[in-house]
Design a protein around this ligand. Structure first.
Ligand code: LLP
Length: 421
């Protein structure tokens, strides 16, 4: 459930009309709902009760510092994959003891900064990373707390570009070699083994692959304990999918996921960490855009809108579906007709939807893209010299701009012309 609803024929984010935000900040913009973010976080937290748990929000899905602060203030931890994300979490006031550091390519400098600033654990993804982390920590006179990300070799049955738990994927260490690598980790002076990590993919709509992976994790926990390691924490990664269409069969809920986790891992006496991104932020955000033209071509009609693939790349990059809602609700009985919704960028990939059934919209009308709170703003670029679009956070009957739209001058001023030109 989210807090974007029609009221008196107008789309609202909580108690604020989208059209009021559009009038104040211009289009396009991203709009997030505080109540939805809070609700989604709480669902996960409650679902894992009574196990000791930390819900670490995957910062990559939405890294706005205001969003991180909202979740951090609720008690969330953060899952970061770069020192940039780490510094954002810190800027949001999240203490290092609640930040886990994932990612296949951590550099020595990133490791040093995280150890200096405080870190809950590194989720180590390879043997060379383990050796480097030990060397960095030893030189600083400390031990780095780690889990090893173990690749369980299960097929998450999701989009090819976001599946991460098969043996051909670049992530983690093979489960068949885990005991050997844990033995090496235990022998390294700068490393303190505290648990196991897995993340098998994103937008999973079935619990079976999770259960297969976590069953392997439970077996590995027992084996590693028998080898003498202290396994206190299990990081289960993120990946639970969300409904992108209202008509879709609904993916499992956090409560279903939590029940399965308790069943498979509940008797191991471990603290459970999860790293959800999309399920917390995805349906807590929309992107709102204005129609510039309606173009009636020979074969089909196009709605050319002022947002483009640089603002929301998921349709162009993954063929992803985002529901598109008119901000002014169509009157009952108005017939829908197929239309292609496209941006102004000069390539055909700049298409949000083909032959989407929409009411007769035209120039000046506002449209809202659902499910845009995750992997939306964070994946945007300035392609075609289109400045990054603003982000707005709604709370009850008020809203704040949490990232302003840069001016063209600001965008251009970042480039520098060398003296010899
Ligand atoms: N933990 C790790 C180690 C991850 O790599 C990811 C996502 C997550 C947690 C969070 O997964 P989530 O709960 O959000 O599914 N840009 C793509 C999604 C890439 C996901 C990458 N890793 C998209 O727009 O669909």
């Amino acid at each position: 459930m989210d807090h974007f609803l029609y009221r008196d024929g107008q789309l609202y984010a909580e108690d604020v009309a989208m059209s009021d935000i559009a009038a104040a900040v211009g289009t396009p913009f991203y709009c997030y709902s505080s109540a939805t973010l809070t609700r989604h976080y709480q669902l996960f937290k409650d679902a894992l009760d009574p196990l000791p748990s930390l819900v670490c929000f995957a910062v990559k899905s939405n890294s706005n510092v205001a969003v991180l602060k909202l979740l951090g203030d609720l008690g969330a931890g953060m899952d970061v994959v770069s020192i940039g994300e780490y510094l954002r979490a810190k800027a949001a006031g999240v203490p290092g003891e609640r930040i886990v550091f994932s990612g296949v390519g951590k550099t020595a400098s990133e490791m040093r900064q995280a150890l200096e600033g405080g870190i809950r654990q590194f989720n180590v993804e390879s043997e060379p990373e383990l050796e480097l982390l030990s060397a960095v920590a030893t030189a600083m006179g400390v031990q780095a707390p780690i889990t090893l990300r173990v690749n369980p070799d299960v097929d998450a049955k999701t989009h090819e570009k976001i599946a991460t738990g098969r043996k051909e994927d670049k992530f983690g260490v093979p489960i068949s070699r885990a005991r050997e690598i844990y033995a090496r980790a235990a022998a390294l002076p700068g490393i303190k083994v505290i648990g196991i990590d897995m993340h098998i993919g994103s937008q999973l709509t079935d619990l079976a692959p999770f259960e297969a992976a976590y069953t392997k994790m439970a077996e590995l926990t027992r084996a590693l304990r028998a080898d003498g390691h202290s396994i206190e924490r299990l990081d289960l990664g993120g990946g639970l999918g969300i409904p992108y269409t209202r008509s879709n069969e609904a993916p499992p809920l956090p409560t279903d996921y939590g029940a399965m986790v308790k069943r498979v891992l509940g008797d191991l006496d471990c603290e459970i960490e999860i790293e959800p991104g999309r399920l917390i932020s995805g349906n807590a955000g929309m992107m709102v855009s204005q129609v510039i033209y309606r173009k009636e071509a020979e074969e089909r009609a196009f709605l050319i809108i002022d947002a483009a693939m640089n603002d929301l790349v998921r349709p162009a990059m993954y063929g992803a579906h985002h529901d598109i809602l008119p901000v002014v609700e169509a009157e009952a009985g108005v017939s829908l007709a197929p239309v292609d919704v496209v941006g102004p960028i000069c390539e055909s990939g700049d298409t949000f939807a083909k032959q989407r059934a929409l009411p007769p919209l035209g120039a000046g009308d506002l449209v809202a893209f659902r499910s845009a709170g995750a992997y939306g703003a964070v994946m945007s670029s300035e392609y075609n010299s289109r400045p990054l679009i603003p982000e707005v956070l709604v709370h009850g009957d008020h809203f704040a701009v949490i990232r302003p739209r840069p001016s063209y001058d600001e965008m251009i001023a970042r480039d520098t012309i060398p003296a010899w030109l």
